[in-house]
Write a protein that binds this ligand. Structure first.
Ligand SMILES: [Fe+2]
Length: 349
């Protein structure tokens, strides 16, 4: 945050840049307050107001003020229906509050106006999360192949991030993704030693781990270890505290060392915001931890983690499946059956 933001409160570009920086650095409250700091100086008479509404909507959503966030987002869309930022913010609200069917409808309604920018890929990623939550794996793969597979679209980091994040979730859900990792891992390989941004590195690592590219994994880990020892920029703390532990945890996961994966992630689970990105993006860490706990047969822990997720998002069939598996592991078959029935009731037949 610089002084310019109150000195030039109507500088829309500065506002966007500062909010994006807050998002990259994991300054969660800042994502909201950078807009709040100037919000009352804007109104409908100022060109660009619909963007400010979209920015504020997203900032409010990341701070769990879902009602106001949706109101702002919808106000923005009422002014300019093709504002992708507002579509994005509202989709985040729907993701966090577990409105999967409504989310799919909302996204499909707005899709003709997304355009073909980088951001369109991210909006498709959001759409796929709704499908995944209610066990519509075929739709998820369809979206991946149609919009996230990066075919002939070399070097688009945002698309590659979302593609890796989606395929890793499909792995966690036990859905066969065929050879889709191969192309993606090849695209990530040149970035193995970048150490530019921990958030990117963990997504590169997903691809290297899932495609069994041990050389690329070693390169990434060695570069990161060296970097963490020697550098002192803002990204170092992110790499040290979250980036590296998550990279190592994913390697453990793939090697079926599930207990080790749990031990790496459990101590950092409440610090993951340091990695940057949105709650929806970082949720992959919590889900990896839960899946590892289930596979490590640490069912007490798994039940606690699964219950937490089901309590926050009771409309997610995925969450209830995990609750059911944990109960089954603990030998409580009636509770497992009830949780599975709940999952069934949430998916469209
Ligand atoms: Fe997003």
């Amino acid at each position: 945050m610089g002084p310019f933001i109150t000195k030039y409160p109507l500088d829309l570009f500065a506002l966007e840049l500062v909010q994006q920086t807050n998002l990259l650095l994991g300054d969660v409250v800042g994502i909201r307050d950078v807009v709040g700091r100037v919000f009352n100086l804007w109104d409908e008479s100022v060109p660009g107001y619909e963007y400010v509404l979209g920015f504020y909507s997203f900032g409010l959503e990341e701070n769990r003020d879902f009602m106001l966030a949706e109101e702002m987002g919808r106000q923005s869309l009422a002014m300019v229906p093709d504002n992708p930022w507002a579509v994005h913010a509202v989709s985040h609200v729907m993701e966090m509050t577990g409105r999967q069917q409504g989310g799919i409808r909302f996204m499909r309604d707005h899709e003709p106006r997304w355009g073909t920018s980088n951001f369109a890929n991210h909006l498709w990623w959001h759409t796929s999360l709704f499908h995944l939550d209610i066990e519509e794996g075929g739709d998820v793969l369809g979206i991946f192949d149609g919009h996230l597979s990066s075919e002939g679209n070399a070097g688009d980091k945002y698309e590659e991030l979302d593609a890796a994040a989606l395929l890793w979730r499909l792995n966690l859900a036990g859905i066969d993704v065929g050879d889709r990792w191969r192309n993606l891992a090849t695209k990530w390989e040149p970035a193995a030693t970048d150490t530019l941004y921990a958030f990117n590195d963990v997504h590169a690592m997903m691809a290297f781990v899932a495609d069994n590219r041990t050389d690329a994994q070693e390169k990434l880990l060695t570069a990161n270890e060296r970097y963490v020892e020697n550098a002192s920029d803002a990204n170092v703390a992110m790499s040290r505290e979250i980036g590296l532990p998550f990279c190592l945890a994913m390697r453990d996961f793939q090697a079926e060392n599930y207990g080790a994966c749990v031990d790496r992630l459990l101590p950092v689970r409440y610090m993951t915001h340091r990695l940057g990105g949105s709650f929806a993006q970082r949720d992959v860490i919590g889900w990896t931890l839960l899946e590892a706990a289930l596979r490590a047969k640490r069912f007490d822990l798994a039940l606690g983690l699964a219950n937490e997720r089901a309590a926050l998002k009771p409309t997610s069939a995925q969450n209830w499946r995990c609750v059911a598996r944990a109960f089954k592991g603990l030998g409580n078959i009636s509770k497992a059956t009830a949780a599975n029935a709940r999952a069934e009731s949430l998916i469209a037949h």
